[in-house]
Write a protein that binds this ligand. Structure first.
Ligand code: PLP
Length: 408
């Protein structure tokens, strides 16, 4: 376990107060900002004279005070120099990869990633001359073997969607440094719990649509990295965030700012409940996969990567083997037991569950799904923290019994 405390780092960063001494930050909704001295305009436009150098904010697609406050909090939490917020997790990922790679370049990626990212790498980026080799996230040697002279990026999710395979971030960092590559890590499943930049990742990307926001009411993303990379992303001539324009609205930034202070509490409770439910499922002989169970194949690695005190996360899977039985279990859990919702996404305060092969991994071919160990009957659950835990365990037990998944 690591001794980094993201919630402490977040707490120690300069707090932004609102106008009139408000304890909450003000929402700066202006798209443009007044330049008091016209002579300073070229320097402000060129990014040389920002608000901290006696200039001002210019235009909200460049920088916005409220969105910047969120970015500052995120970089404190991740232990990175800087961050930039985007309109979605996908825009954070696509802008990062398009910034780091050009026509002719190559990426080595984990094969166990969100279906949208898989489609980006496998179907869209080749149209821009950027190709990807997919390997198992748990096989560091396979990443090394796949590196070519054209490789620029190693890409992985910390805990892979949906099968929860863990990537050895420290080993991948060593590998990427030895070959002069950038290690890009999607940490959407494990904010607070795992701090990839502290383990050697060069770029940490997030879908803040999930745990970081936690209320399933908005779509947002972030890129946490060095000042140099964020400046490249915001460059007036070639910056992918600047020119492709996935700008975050300051109202979204405000909402997320207000939810960051309880992210650590939420992650602990998601983890506590997921572990208790999984332990019961395991006792019943249900095929459950959860990084906090002793039976989890990579428990040692997971334990080595996590920050002390946040548990093993809120995500687990149940393999029902067939799509039909998965649908039966989802139906029991939602429509008979009121355990949670059949919905994609994760990180909500209520439980969300879906059959991954037929939903968030459906962009990946059946053959590739099989290669990455994704069975057609696999249900991914994002465990919420509403209701009494004992009652939730009873609901789950009745549902798995009803569909014949109980072996003991
Ligand atoms: N990364 C992961 C691990 C995801 O699960 C998702 C969406 O489900 C994304 C990225 C994409 O995020 P967004 O929907 O915010 O664009």
């Amino acid at each position: 376990m690591n001794d980094f405390h993201p919630e402490q780092a977040l707490c120690e960063t300069r707090r932004e107060f609102g106008e009139h001494g408000g304890v909450t930050p003000s929402i700066s909704r202006s798209s443009t900002f007044t330049v008091m001295d016209p002579e300073t305009m070229p320097e402000i436009f060129g990014g040389i004279r920002g608000p901290e150098q006696g200039g001002c904010f210019l235009y909200s697609r460049h920088f916005n005070p409220t969105v910047d406050t969120l970015a500052r909090y995120l970089s404190a939490m991740e232990g990175t120099e800087f961050a930039v917020c985007t309109a979605s997790g996908m825009s954070a990922i696509s802008c990062t990869l398009l910034q780091l790679c050009k026509n002719g370049d190559h990426i080595v990626s984990s094969d166990t990633i969100y279906g949208g990212t898989h489609a980006l790498l496998d179907e869209l980026l080749p149209q821009f001359g950027i190709t990807t080799t997919f390997v198992s996230p748990s096989d560091t040697a396979a990443f090394e073997k796949a590196i070519t002279p054209k490789t620029r990026v190693i890409y992985t999710e910390t805990v892979g969607n949906p099968t929860l395979k863990v990537a050895d971030i420290r080993a991948l960092s060593k590998l990427s440094k030895a070959h002069g590559l950038a290690l890009v890590v999607d940490n959407t499943f494990t904010p607070m719990m795992i701090s990839p930049a502290r383990l050697g990742a060069d770029v940490v990307v997030y879908s803040m649509t999930k745990y970081i926001n936690g209320a399933s009411d908005l779509v947002a993303g972030a890129i946490c990295s060095t000042k140099a990379l964020v400046h490249q992303l915001m460059d007036l001539h070639t910056g992918r965030v600047m020119l492709l324009g996935p700008t975050m609205d300051p109202r979204m930034a405000y909402d997320i700012i207000q939810r960051l202070p309880h992210l650590a509490l939420r992650m602990r409770e998601h983890s506590r409940r997921a572990l208790a439910i999984c332990r019961r499922l395991e006792e019943l002989g249900v095929p459950v996969v959860y990084p906090g169970l002793d039976s989890f194949a990579q428990k040692k690695l997971a334990t080595d990567l996590i920050n002390t005190g946040y548990g093993y996360g809120g995500m687990f899977t149940i393999d029902c083997t067939t799509r039909e039985r998965a649908d039966d279990l989802l139906d029991e859990l939602q429509n008979k037991e009121d355990f949670g919702y059949i919905a994609v996404s994760l990180g909500y305060f209520d439980t969300l569950m879906s059959c991954s092969g037929a939903s968030t991994s459906s962009e990946i071919s059946r053959e590739e799904q099989e290669k990455m160990g994704l069975s057609p009957g696999l249900i991914r659950l994002s465990i919420g923290y509403t209701g009494r835990l004992e009652k939730r365990i009873e609901q789950m037990e009745r549902a798995v019994r009803a569909v014949g998944l109980v072996k003991r």
